[in-house]
Design a protein around this ligand. Structure first.
Ligand code: SAM
Length: 292
């Protein structure tokens, strides 16, 4: 894909341990001060770290790249999950590709009408490590609707046609096992996996330094879906702070969704107003999407 733009390292400086994230496209180096390295291992697929940081609480770090922190993880998790769920009027069957700490599934279980939640995560070590260090005793563990499937998301989706009301594609950068989730054919499989009224939300990268990822995601989805809308969120732990998701829908428009369905009693970021505002794009982002 050629879009790998961040190198990484755990490095001991004079003032202790840091995780340094090099965002090559942006010529930016972001350091996260580590208070303690709680866990580190190399799984079959990636390097998995759990650290307590100075500024962001406890953090899951995959291949040196921060994925979720206890300080701001709610922002990402709420926005990738509630937005497609409330866009669909009555979702019953939901799946996520890319599990991580399963924060999206913890949001989805708030909807009593959802009957089945399948989380497809390639790396069983990520699930186990997150359960131990980030979310011990989570309600997910006892919710009978939730199934964690340890499989490659591309293989899984190829075999699941026409079944799901809502999908969330919580993919990492296009490196390692995540690379497959950016292939052209993957978008067709996502389309085929949804019912005729299905809705999907993709993690679509930084609008600063992943512009080609964002543009390609939107263009690939526009070839298949009648409704494609990018929305923006502010995530302090990610370099440059601003991040994109892209929603694609076969029938329902998120701008006309009935937000009274939103389960926002114990959310910390999302409200109907935040959802509406997140779809308002600055000119520079519109220009990225309009480029060939
Ligand atoms: N938002 C998540 C969190 O809060 O922890 C981070 C998820 S991270 C962006 C993506 C996850 O996708 C990782 O846990 C990684 O192991 C998984 N993954 C990578 N490639 C995959 C594939 N081909 N199929 C399924 N899961 C994959």
């Amino acid at each position: 894909m050629g879009d790998r733009n961040s190198l990484f390292c755990y490095r001991k400086d004079d003032d202790g341990l840091w995780i340094w994230n090099y965002v090559v496209n942006a010529k930016l180096k972001v350091g996260y001060k580590v208070q303690s390295l709680l866990h580190y291992e190399e799984s079959e697929y990636q390097q998995i770290g759990i650290v307590d940081t100075k500024g962001f609480g406890r953090m899951l770090v995959l291949d040196g790249f921060p994925q979720v922190s206890t300080l701001d993880g709610f922002i990402y998790n709420e926005m990738i999950s509630h937005v497609p769920i409330v866009t669909h009027p009555n979702p019953k069957k939901v799946a996520m590709i890319g599990g991580g700490d399963c924060g999206h599934a913890r949001e989805a279980i708030k909807y009593a009408g959802i009957e089945q939640i399948d989380v497809v995560e390639i790396d069983k070590r990520v699930t186990a490590v997150c359960r131990k260090w980030l979310t011990p005793g989570s309600a997910l563990e006892t919710d009978k609707r939730v199934q964690i499937i340890h499989r490659d998301g591309l293989d899984w989706i190829r075999e699941n046609k026409g079944n799901y009301d809502v999908l969330m594609i919580d993919r990492p950068d296009p490196i390692g096992p995540g690379k497959k989730l950016y292939q052209q054919e993957f978008y067709q499989y996502v389309y085929d996996c949804l019912t005729e009224e299905g809705v999907v939300a993709f993690q679509s990268g930084s609008p600063y330094y992943n512009t080609s990822i964002l543009r390609r995601t939107v263009h690939n989805l526009q070839k298949l879906f009648p409704i494609v809308r990018t929305y923006l969120v502010s995530i302090p732990v990610f370099p440059c702070g601003i991040w994109s998701f892209t929603l694609a829908s076969k029938k329902w428009d998120p701008l006309q969704a009935d937000f009274s369905r939103l389960k926002q009693d114990d959310t910390k970021y999302i409200t109907p107003e935040v959802i509406s505002a997140s779809f308002v794009l600055p000119k520079y982002v519109k220009e990225i999407l309009e480029e060939e």
